[in-house]
Design a protein around this ligand. Structure first.
Ligand SMILES: *Cc1c(COP(=O)(O)O)cnc(C)c1O
Length: 395
């Protein structure tokens, strides 16, 4: 059925051992998640009420005060930036993305400036870079320091953005401590920091005010879904800028998360109106989150390692290739099979040009490694993947 849909469109199905990459469609959803989305598609609900229910579920799984479903982690970052700049001020909400008249600067350490910084700027924020962070650049032993942050905070500062990865987590409490006393929200991009499952709670335990997760990566939800979770007031200010606001003030019944008392009126469509999360995405994300949170890292990693061993055995000895399975504790996420080879991108190009294209992760190509990432690899494709790699290497 699924294959027929793509074939009918003249679109090739691909064997994806590159991970939950957005450009390859993100995660694959379990049948139960697909069924939840299909069921959600067949009835009308109030989206604000549905987001409030999502908030309760997200709070239960993350320990955050509140959370909403977004159309991805990048959208969550844009909404987080907007909420940090506006809080409950509806005139500011109306002004965005023009934010020159109020605190519109987001502090960002140089080593946290990723391709997703654009998502923060999209809300109208101006990014202010700071710090040296020699530990991240490899130039020395010092990481983010409180005085650098304190010196950078001005009345124009709206938030601090932090792009989390396994090696920089120890910097987060330093940032939180420096920002908290000045009421500067700390926004964490944790889009791809799952698994480990403990990271659902970790960033909140470390004091983050807002955290963005992808729904279409490890959580296994719809590709166009994500989570923005954190402080109730900020999540509420994000939600009111995401919802359809073509409402009659006389009849509108917003969820509790939206604090009517704090607002001087009812805002119009906000900056996030174009990032609307549909009922299908919201319900699908929640179904996926339930399943993800209930599973066990050790069990799922052991199963993935077993599959990678099978793939490695099926590959056998290949000239010019050294194989090694990197366990989850090394990769920081899931176990992966590393293929060390002289010209990794040439092999990757051949694999992608096959009749059924095959994708390996090129993340470490500069170090001469292609990675078999099993996260979005269908078990029934394991044998075909090994065969395709053998064919491409021996060609
Ligand atoms: C994938 C990713 C994003 C974007 O997530 P989407 O859910 O695709 O919007 C943002 N930041 C980082 C670090 C990511 O890896």
């Amino acid at each position: 059925m699924t294959q027929d849909i793509y074939a009918a469109l003249g679109v090739k199905r691909r064997i994806n051992a590159a991970g939950t990459l957005t450009r390859l469609g993100g995660a694959l959803m379990d049948d139960e998640v697909v069924a939840a989305m299909a069921a959600a598609a067949r009835a009308s609900v109030d989206i604000g009420e549905l987001q409030a229910a999502a908030s309760r579920a997200i709070a239960r799984h993350t320990g955050a005060q509140a959370g909403i479903v977004t159309t991805g982690a990048a959208a969550a970052l844009t909404l987080a930036a907007a909420a940090s700049m506006t809080r409950w001020d509806i005139a500011r909400m109306a002004a965005l993305p023009h934010a020159e008249g109020f605190a519109n600067e987001i502090l960002l350490h140089r080593t946290h400036y990723t391709g997703y910084a654009h998502a923060l700027r999209a809300a109208g924020a101006r990014l202010v870079d700071l710090g040296h962070n020699d530990r991240s650049t490899g130039a020395g032993v010092r990481g983010i320091e409180p005085w650098e942050i304190e010196a950078a905070i001005t009345p124009r500062t709206a938030a601090f953005a932090f792009s989390a990865n396994p090696s920089n987590l120890s910097d987060l409490p330093v940032v939180v401590k420096a920002c908290r006393s000045k009421d500067i929200p700390v926004i964490v991009d944790a889009a791809a920091q799952l698994p480990p499952r403990s990271n659902l709670r970790r960033f909140f335990e470390l004091g983050a005010d807002l955290v963005a997760f992808s729904g279409g990566k490890a959580i296994g939800g719809p590709q166009a879904s994500g989570i923005l979770a954190g402080r109730r007031d900020l999540v509420g200010a994000a939600l009111v800028q995401q919802l359809d606001m073509d409402v009659s003030p006389e009849t509108w019944a917003p969820p509790d998360l939206i604090d009517l008392k704090e607002m001087k009126g009812i805002p119009h469509h906000g900056l996030g109106r174009g990032f609307k999360a549909g009922k299908e995405e919201i319900v699908g994300l929640l179904a996926a989150l339930e399943r993800f949170a209930a599973a066990d890292d050790a069990v799922s990693n052991a199963a993935l390692e077993k599959r990678l061993n099978g793939i490695s055995n099926a590959l056998g000895e290949l000239p010019g290739i050294t194989k090694r399975i990197a366990p989850a504790r090394e990769t920081g996420r899931v176990p992966q099979l590393y293929l060390a080879i002289e010209n990794p991108l040439a092999l990757s190009r051949r694999l992608q040009a096959a009749a059924t294209p095959v994708h390996l992760s090129e993340r470490f190509a500069a170090q001469g490694i292609l990675i078999v990432d099993p996260q979005a690899l269908r078990p029934e494709d394991d044998a075909a993947l090994a065969e395709a790699v053998r064919t491409a290497v021996l060609a």
